[in-house]
Design a protein around this ligand. Structure first.
Ligand code: FNR
Length: 184
């Protein structure tokens, strides 16, 4: 069974806090797990007319997700929901009808925001979508992070010791839970 976990980042911004959080998670992953970002920035806007002849980037994205044992969504909150680019990626890999690569794949949801509620509402919207996509999703613990100055250390990890331990605890719980899920 694969120990590869896909990290899907809901921000395309070069200096995205969520991308940096995803990179920090990848550094924190214990062997034999491998966490890798699966890029969504090259996906076209979803158009159902293209279902029969998807773009190469769409085929690649679906193949990468299909090969993962599980997926962690690392997303900002945009206007109290998930960014359109993330919904676009979710829609792409759910189609054509009956050929979704999400179904049965264990999912985790985390996010960091400059706002005080730490992406809580975006996460709740995302959980709704993942439920429809038949992705079993870890419910507890939850991760809501607020990025303040100095949130990330120079080495790319999380600067604050307490935050680092909290996120490591979440990651360990998530991976143990994925191990207990039936293979997708
Ligand atoms: C935001 N931001 C934001 N923050 C939040 O906590 N709740 C929200 O609803 C929103 N809405 C929102 C909409 C749009 C269009 C943008 C561009 C931003 C602020 C957001 O938390 C901040 O820009 C983060 O830095 C975005 O995450 P990345 O890109 O750093 O990963």
């Amino acid at each position: 069974e694969s120990h590869s976990i896909g990290l899907v980042v809901g921000s395309l911004r070069r200096d995205s806090f969520n991308r940096r959080l995803a990179q920090a998670l990848a550094m924190m992953a214990p062997a034999p797990w491998q966490l890798e970002i699966v890029e969504i920035g090259d996906l076209p806007l979803y158009d159902q007319d293209d279902d029969a002849s998807p773009a190469d980037s769409v085929r690649r994205f679906k193949a990468r997700i299909a090969a993962c044992r599980g997926v962690i969504f690392v997303t900002p909150e945009y206007n109290r929901s998930i960014p359109g680019v993330l919904k676009n990626a979710l829609d792409h890999a759910s189609r054509p009808y009956g050929q979704s690569v999400w179904a049965g794949k264990p999912a985790g949801v985390v996010g960091v925001s400059i706002g005080a509620i730490g992406t809580a509402l975006a996460q709740q919207h995302l959980r709704n979508v993942l439920a429809y996509l038949a992705m079993p999703t870890l419910t507890q613990p939850e991760v809501y992070l607020q990025a303040k100055d100095g949130f990330f250390a120079a080495d790319g990890g999380l600067a604050d010791e307490g935050t680092r331990r909290f996120v490591q605890g979440w990651l360990d719980a998530f991976l143990a839970w994925v191990e207990r899920q039936a293979p997708a």
